[in-house]
Write a protein that binds this ligand. Structure first.
Ligand SMILES: Cc1ncc(COP(=O)(O)O)c(C=O)c1O
Length: 436
């Protein structure tokens, strides 16, 4: 049964006539029968053009930390834009946002940009400029946006193409990427101390950065093993490598100060986007003085016509103010813990082997195994088909995580205890329906 009501179907056909596959990002395409057309969102809900309501756990792949159309954020944006949106000069709002990020995340300096991809692209350039080296280490199943350099061995890679653990192959995630740039990325399975240490020891003099997600926000929320992030820190210090932590998904979500606070670790360069603006386009590159001050007019490039634009920056100012003043993450964590526990109980009751991974604000579910996954290779041992089947049953009933198990469930501040109870009832029904 298609997810599309009559109006959705008609508009999706119309969209497909002018937009490739009817979507403005490949990740949004659920096939011709099930891709939705959304009319509006409010709080934790979205409504499609047929008026069907969903409890939204995709939350636009993470940015909506407070809730859709959050009044205080919208109001700040509306007020700010009355005075113009873009000047190519510094504005007081940019200073406010940089000061808030500095306070929350314990970083020295911040440059704003618009998207996570731009932030990671600039972070890599800064790391290369700082170290004078060109290669970088990254991990299978980690995602750093649409930058060619990073689009290797993401969670869309086929398991077989990755080669052996001992000598992994960096696999292109897309046609159209020059194969030659594969030489810059050393791709490794995450959470493997020995392989990481061996790779660094063998080629440290070529390695500018270790670029990573602190938890696998694009692969079921797989967590770092205890001590693994510290190992990255230690190796970076020992060999003069930049530690680049991509907090595009974890920033202002898993703790007020993101993964740096949650895991009590300090990177050299950190990237933020998503929850920074509650759905408005804004991102940041931040970090220690010596790394950030590498950016220098005429020497090391960072730019962007829309960097620090008033709309995104006002949204960030309002979002961060609320995160600083109200128990946003605490509330989300309470609801998330109840949801993770309830899902665990339902799957146990249904006799489906499973593991719930991640943290309450951003968690994943792996079916068909009881082994806690440590890396992307482990993830592929799970039953993705059953997950998708349950995901589609959930969607039909008005609960909307992504039906792809690699994408975590995201929670927002507007989610109530009643929403959690409704979700668990529906989850129970969806599991039963998928088992039939
Ligand atoms: C960890 C991480 N880094 C970078 C990006 C790219 O961000 P954007 O889509 O804003 O370019 C994403 C997007 O999902 C992400 O999850």
């Amino acid at each position: 049964m298609s997810l599309q009501g009559p109006k959705t179907k008609q508009l999706f056909e119309q969209a497909s006539a002018v937009i490739p596959y009817g979507v403005n990002s490949n990740f949004r395409y659920w096939g011709d029968e099930d891709t939705l057309v959304i009319e509006r969102g409010e709080g934790t809900y979205i409504w499609d053009v047929d008026g069907k309501r969903y409890i939204d756990y995709r939350l636009a792949f993470g940015p909506i930390i407070l809730g859709h159309a959050y009044p205080a954020v919208n109001q700040k944006v509306q007020e700010a834009m009355q005075n113009g949106t873009l000047f190519a000069w510094t504005t007081p709002l940019e200073i406010e946002v940089a000061e808030r990020i500095k306070r929350l995340c314990n970083v020295d300096k911040i440059r704003l940009t618009n998207t996570g991809s731009e932030a990671t692209m600039h972070a890599l350039r800064i790391a290369r400029a700082y170290t004078g080296r060109e290669k970088f280490i990254s991990f299978e199943g980690h995602y750093h946006g649409m930058v060619d350099y990073f689009l290797f061995s993401t969670a869309s890679a086929s398991r077989g193409a990755l080669g052996s653990r001992r000598s992994p192959i960096a696999v292109r995630a897309s046609s159209g990427i020059p194969l030659d740039i594969r030489k810059y990325m050393i791709s490794l399975p995450f959470n493997d101390f020995e392989l990481l240490e061996a790779a660094v020891k063998a080629r440290w003099f070529d390695i500018a950065a270790i670029v990573f997600e602190p938890m696998m926000g694009n692969c079921a929320g797989i967590m770092p093993k205890p001590g693994y992030l510290e190992k990255i820190r230690e190796l970076c210090d020992m060999y003069g490598i930049a530690m680049v932590m991509d907090e595009v998904k974890t920033g202002f979500r898993i703790a007020n100060g993101g993964a740096q606070e949650y895991f009590n670790i300090q990177a050299d360069i950190v990237t933020y986007a998503k929850s920074l603006g509650n759905g408005f386009p804004i991102a940041a590159i931040a970090g220690k003085d010596e790394f950030m001050m590498t950016v220098q007019p005429g020497a090391v490039a960072h730019g962007g016509t829309y960097s620090g634009n008033v709309v995104g920056t006002a949204a960030a100012a309002a979002t961060l103010e609320i995160i600083e003043k109200e128990p946003v993450i605490e509330t989300i964590n309470q609801r998330g813990r109840a949801l993770m526990q309830g899902i665990d109980d339902i799957l146990t009751e249904a006799d489906i082997p499973h593991v719930v991974t991640g943290v309450p604000s951003m968690f994943g579910i792996l079916l068909g195994t009881e082994e806690t996954p440590q890396d992307f290779r482990d993830y592929t041992a799970g039953d993705g088909d059953l997950y998708e089947e349950i995901g589609m049953e959930l969607a039909r009933r008005g609960v909307l995580p992504d039906s792809d198990g690699r994408e975590p469930w995201f929670l927002c501040y507007s989610l109530s205890e009643e929403d959690v109870a409704e979700t668990l009832n529906i989850f129970n029904d969806a599991v039963k329906a998928a088992k039939e």
